[in-house]
Design a protein. Structure first.
Length: 204
């Protein structure tokens, strides 16, 4: 019997459309425009738990002060959580806290393949909310979620779920799944012209 046979695990992804009200989305665009200078280069966390800027792995800009959208996202995520558990077919658990940030990705930005909890224990669910302006002024920026071998837990790079960035939609998946953001192409440097996301993690 060949030892090369894999047992691929289905890739569980939950997608919710019209996540924010139209007025909330308009306020989000105004907030990003007003805070454009406050976004800082994105970092990655190493095995030593220290955050570092590493453009070989990740290029984008982030903001941790979400202003009024901190409370909005916490409330909305809590409301949708039972549906997330159901669609991902996982046992419900009590969320100890939500971790949130806002990310803008412009021309040439990306995030190489990674997991969200390899060096940050406690993250159980990952959320990506797409809040870019329409008509969309960028190309690329798809979310690729890679398959896993059910027996070994190893990533299967030839098996993937591709999520297009659809405005005002939320994507949820388990934080231990390997995923990446493909390179963005965008002619305009305006923060609302590129890929705009609110990223969140639910901790056990």
């Amino acid at each position: 019997m060949s030892t090369d046979v894999t047992d691929p695990e289905p890739i569980p992804v939950a997608v919710f459309e019209e996540f924010l009200a139209p007025m909330e989305l308009a306020r989000l665009h105004a907030f990003v425009a007003a805070r454009a200078d406050d976004f800082a280069p994105s970092t990655v966390t190493g095995k030593d738990k220290i955050r570092r800027v590493d453009p070989r792995q990740r290029r984008s800009r982030v903001l941790f002060d979400l202003g009024p959208f901190e409370a909005i996202m916490r409330e909305r995520l809590t409301h949708f959580l039972p549906h997330v558990f159901q669609r991902l077919r996982i046992e419900p658990f009590a969320v100890s806290r939500y971790e949130l940030q806002m990310t803008v990705s412009g021309d040439g930005d990306y995030f190489r393949a990674h997991t969200d909890n390899s060096h940050l224990m406690g993250r159980a669910l990952s959320f990506v909310y797409y809040g870019h302006a329409e008509p969309r002024a960028f190309e690329g920026g798809q979310l690729h979620i890679y398959g896993r071998d059910r027996r070994t837990g190893e990533t299967l790079p030839d098996m993937r779920q591709i999520i297009e960035p659809v405005q005002n939609s939320l994507v949820a998946f388990r934080s231990h799944w390997t995923h990446e953001v493909t390179p963005i192409r965008c002619a305009s440097p305006a923060p609302n012209a590129g890929r705009l996301t609110l990223n969140g993690w639910a901790h056990r």
